[in-house]
Design a protein around this ligand. Structure first.
Ligand code: SF4
Length: 429
């Protein structure tokens, strides 16, 4: 164990041993996200459920592609920020995946999986040359699945034009956190609502299939009244893009935790938070609490937890109604979501009542109530399927998966056929 770089473990006496963080590669080329490994495992073990990445994946087979390790930015609540990587993981700069390898990862996905591919971590961080190589590379492999990109700041028109020119079906996701420029800036994303609105307009001018816009509550300096302004701001944005139903806003709390390792976790008072947990065990105990309000590891100083809960639900209802009005979601789904939000509000207050009771009776009362809560926890502030991007199955996927099935069975019968994947590390496969 001593020889394994970066490993922290407990020895036989129970003492914690932290090996040096000596394996911090400059590139992200040594990792390969190849979903055929999971598919091979399914075929070999005849056990599909254990290999599924999440519940419902078979109905919505989304896959992820990773562009880098680390981030160039330092948002204050983020445990994956440049600050956190520098302070805790010995990483001074972002390690990018070679764009050719990234394209190859995506080509592998497209061969076997019909769902959308979500490209995580804003690849623009690697510079203009990388952007061009990656996007034109996708054109060269004639990539046809829907593809979504996470962007940390609103892209400019030039990028949308490049995406439209080279891709059949692309979507965009931006986490604006707040419509309020001062709040977003306090979070660490100092661009303006105006710049974001302009970017959304440009995206739709360049054939963007869908623009997901995320908002969050519980961020530094944010008040309940600021949260409650979200729906009105998004309404203005909808007007600006002619009520385009391909704009989909979402809101949710920063939950369950402020990231350990982030700037706010290290110095909560400076950012307006009181921490309710520090150690792993304290966090484990919080996770056993009955509702997200009780699970949070922080209390913001600009609003009470009750205000945060109420304003989050109110803003979610506002966005839900807007989406229904412009036709981004159907009316039936909107009614169901609104009903669930109202039920969640009632549940939250019932849980609060139970939590005020004597500790000796709390467990039993919460146990009785748990089944109802579990149902509510599935999808509260929006229908989960709203988050899904479109997918297409074609004969190629069927053919490639059948071919893989035969190949794995042949390898099981004749193990020498099985090739070891050192080639992958070199990117030769
Ligand atoms: S929130 Fe996103 S952009 Fe900000 S530091 Fe974290 S990963 Fe980077």
């Amino acid at each position: 164990m001593n020889d394994i770089p970066n490993l922290t473990y407990k020895d036989a006496s129970g003492a914690v041993v932290a090996n040096d963080l000596s394996w911090v590669p400059d590139t992200f080329d040594h990792v390969r996200l190849d979903y055929s490994f999971s598919m091979r495992s399914v075929i070999r073990t005849r056990d599909m459920l254990s290999s599924l990445p999440f519940k419902g994946w078979l109905n919505y087979p989304v896959s992820a592609s990773l562009t880098c390790r680390g981030c160039t930015r330092s948002c204050v609540t983020c445990g994956g920020s440049a600050y956190a990587f520098r302070s805790h993981f010995g990483r001074e700069r972002v390690a990018f995946r070679d764009p050719e390898l990234l394209v190859r990862d995506i080509a592998h996905i497209a061969r076997h999986i019909p769902g959308p591919v979500f490209v995580l971590n804003d690849f623009r961080q690697a510079g203009d040359e990388y952007v061009t190589q990656f996007i034109t590379g996708l054109r060269k492999i004639d990539f046809r699945n829907p593809i979504g990109f996470e962007f940390f700041t609103p892209p400019d028109e030039h990028l949308y034009a490049l995406l439209a020119e080279n891709l059949n079906d692309y979507s965009v996701e931006v986490s604006a956190e707040s419509h309020d420029d001062a709040v977003r800036s306090a979070f660490g994303k100092p661009y303006t609502w105006e710049a974001l609105s302009e970017s959304v307009e440009q995206a739709f001018r360049h054939n963007c299939q869908r623009f997901d816009l995320y908002f969050m509550t519980g961020i530094p300096t944010q008040t309940a009244s600021s949260v409650l302004g979200t729906a009105a701001a998004v309404e203005g944005l909808y007007e600006r893009v002619d009520n385009n139903p391909r704009l989909l806003p979402f809101i949710g709390p920063m939950a369950p935790f402020l990231d350990p390792g982030s700037m706010v976790f290290e110095n909560p008072e400076a950012y307006g938070y009181t921490l309710r947990a520090r150690t792993l065990e304290e966090h484990r105990q919080l996770l056993r609490q009955p509702s997200w309000k009780h699970i949070l590891n922080y209390v913001p100083d600009k609003m009470t937890l009750d205000e945060m809960v109420d304003s989050t639900y109110e803003a979610a209802i506002g966005l839900n109604r807007l989406k229904a009005r412009v036709g981004a979601i159907d009316k039936k789904a909107a009614v169901a979501t609104e009903r669930r939000v109202l039920e969640a509000q009632i549940a939250m207050s019932r849980i609060d009542d139970i939590m005020r009771r004597e500790e000796s009776v709390r467990g039993e009362l919460l146990g009785e109530y748990k089944r109802e809560i579990d149902v509510l926890n599935e999808s509260t502030v929006c229908e989960k399927s709203e988050l899904n991007w479109p997918r297409q199955v074609n004969a190629g996927h069927v053919f490639n998966n059948v071919r893989l099935w035969f190949k794995v069975h042949a390898e099981m019968l004749f193990p020498r056929l099985r090739r070891v994947d050192a080639r992958f590390i070199k990117g030769e496969a």
